[in-house]
Design a protein around this ligand. Structure first.
Ligand SMILES: NC(=O)c1ccc[n+]([C@@H]2O[C@H](COP(=O)([O-])OP(=O)(O)OC[C@H]3O[C@@H](n4cnc5c(N)ncnc54)[C@H](O)[C@@H]3O)[C@@H](O)[C@H]2O)c1
Length: 384
C-alpha cells in the first residue's frame, strides 16, 4: 500500500556512469529551485563536471555532496538521472524509491526485469506525453540534434574532412550549397533553420501537407518545401551537397528514403547526416557510429550516423533537458508521485513500472509481461 507523501522530499542525483555520458540530471539552478520548495538535494561529487558544473556551484546552490553512488541511492527517496540505470546500479535501487530518468524499457528486457524486481517506481522521461501527443522530454534532444546536424554536415563538407570542399553559405558571386532535409518535424525544422541561417539553399520534404504548410509560413525565403516521395527524393539528391535525415514514424522503424542504388547519383564528397539512426536510420547504407569515429564513406558519400548526437554538447544538452524535466520533477517532489501523477495526465503516462508491476502497455507487450493498469496504484490519492 502506497501512502501519499506530502512532506519534503530527499532528492539524489548520481553521476552518470554510462559510457561517454557527460550530461547531468540537475543543474545548480535546479538545486536552488528544489531548495526553494523546501526539499533536500544530494549530488554525487563531480556529477556535473562533464557538463561544466563544479561541485562548488552545487554547494553554493544549496546541495549536499556525497562521495559515492551507493550513498546517493541509499539516502534518497527520489533519484533523478539522465540515462537508464546500468547493471552495477541495479542492486542500489530500493523498493518504493522513485526513479525519474530515460529508461527506453521496450528495447531493454534485462533492465525491465531488474526494475520489476527492485519494487521501485519508474517514471520514464520518454513516455511523458502531452494531450497533443507531443513528447516534451524528447523534444529538447531532437532540437539539439537537429541544430547540430548542420554544424556537423558543414564540417564534413570541408576538404580536409573528406568532403567536396563547399561552404554552406557560398560567398558573393558563388552559389550557396544545396541542403536537403528529409522530415519536417522537430529535427528537420531546427536543421532547416540553421542551414538557412548559414545562407544555404534548403529544401524540406515531409509527407504531411499540413506540416509543409506550417513550414512554408514560418521559414525564410531560402527554404523551399516539397512533398516527400521516392521520385522527388531521387531528383533532389542529385544536386544536394548535404542531406539530413530526420524522419520518424512513431513506434516503427524509420523508412529507407535513400537506398544504396541511389548513392552513385549523388555528388562525390557530399555528406549525409542520418539523425534518425537511433530508430534504424532513414538511409539504407546507414549504420550507427560514435563520436569517436562519427563518419564512414560509401560510394563516395560521407555518412555521419552518430546515435547520441547531443552527447557531444553536454553543456547545451544538460540545460535543454533540465529546462524540460525540472517542472515535472518539482511536482513529483512537492506532491509525491501518486498525487502528482493523479493530477497531471502528462506525468501519469510516464509511469512504466511500479511496485514490481508493468503499468505501461508498450512495455508489457514488448516482452509478453502481465500488464497492470496504473490506476491500481493511484486510486486513493486521486481524490486526495
Ligand atoms: N541521433 C540522435 O542523436 C538523435 C537525437 C534526437 C532525435 N533523434 C531522432 O530523430 C528522428 C526525428 O525526430 P523528431 O523529433 O524530429 O520527430 P518528429 O516526429 O518531430 O518528426 C518526424 C517527421 O518525419 C515525417 N515523416 C514521416 N515519414 C516521412 C517520409 N517518408 N518522408 C518525409 N518525412 C516523413 C513526419 O511527418 C514528421 O514530420 C527520430 O528518429 C528521433 O529519435 C536522434
Amino acid at each position: 500500500m502506497y501512502l501519499c507523501k506530502l512532506h519534503n522530499m530527499i532528492i539524489g542525483v548520481p553521476k552518470e556512469i554510462k559510457n561517454n555520458e557527460n550530461r547531468v540530471a540537475l543543474t545548480p539552478a535546479g538545486v536552488s529551485e528544489f531548495k526553494r520548495h523546501g526539499h533536500k538535494v544530494y549530488i554525487q561529487i563531480s556529477a556535473g563536471e562533464g557538463s561544466g558544473f563544479s561541485d562548488a556551484e552545487y554547494i553554493e546552490a544549496g546541495a549536499e555532496m556525497l562521495a559515492t553512488i551507493e550513498e546517493v541511492y541509499s539516502m534518497s527517496e527520489m533519484i533523478i538521472k539522465v540515462k537508464e540505470p546500468i547493471e552495477s546500479e541495479y542492486p542500489l535501487i530500493k523498493k518504493d524509491q522513485l526513479l525519474f530518468t530515460y529508461f527506453h524499457f521496450a528495447s531493454h528486457e534485462p533492465l525491465t526485469h531488474a526494475m520489476i524486481n527492485s519494487g521501485a517506481v519508474c517514471l520514464a522521461y520518454e513516455t511523458v506525453e502531452k494531450s497533443d501527443r507531443s513528447l516534451p522530454l524528447l523534444v529538447p534532444m531532437s532540437e539539439v540534434a537537429g541544430r547540430m546536424s548542420v554544424q556537423e554536415g558543414a564540417k564534413y563538407l570541408e576538404k580536409p574532412m573528406g568532403g567536396r570542399g563547399i561552404l554552406l553559405g557560398g560567398v558573393p558571386g558563388v552559389k550557396p550549397a544545396e541542403v536537403l532535409v528529409l522530415g519536417g518535424g522537430i529535427v528537420g525544422t531546427q536543421a532547416a533553420k540553421m542551414a538557412a541561417g548559414m545562407g544555404a539553399h534548403v529544401t524540406i520534404m515531409d509527407i504531411s501537407l499540413n506540416r509543409l504548410r506550417q513550414l512554408d509560413d514560418i521559414m525564410p525565403a531560402n527554404v523551399a518545401t516539397e512533398y516527400s516521395n521516392e521520385y522527388n527524393v531521387r531528383q533532389a539528391i542529385k544536386t544536394a551537397d548535404l542531406v539530413i535525415g530526420g524522419v520518424l514514424i512513431p513506434g516503427a522503424k524509420a523508412p529507407k528514403l535513400i537506398t544504396h542504388d541511389m548513392l552513385p547519383t549523388m555528388k562525390k564528397g557530399s555528406v549525409i547526416v542520418d539523425v534518425a539512426i537511433d530508430q534504424g536510420g532513414c538511409f539504407e547504407t546507414s549504420k550507427p557510429t560514435t563520436h569517436a569515429e562519427p563518419c564512414y564513406v560509401v560510394d563516395g558519400v560521407i555518412h555521419y550516423c552518430v546515435a547520441n548526437m547531443p552527447g557531444a554538447v553536454p553543456y547545451t544538452s544538460t540545460l535543454a533537458l533540465t529546462n524540460a524535466t525540472l517542472p515535472y520533477a518539482i511536482q513529483l517532489a512537492n506532491k509525491g508521485w501518486q498525487k502528482a501523477c493523479s493530477e497531471n495526465a502528462e506525468l501519469k503516462v510516464g509511469l512504466n513500472v511500479v511496485g514490481g508491476k508493468v503499468v505501461y502497455k508498450g512495455v508489457s507487450d514488448a516482452f509478453n509481461l502481465e500488464y497492470t493498469p496504473v490506476e491500481n496504484f493511484l486510486g486513493n490519492s486521486a481524490s486526495a
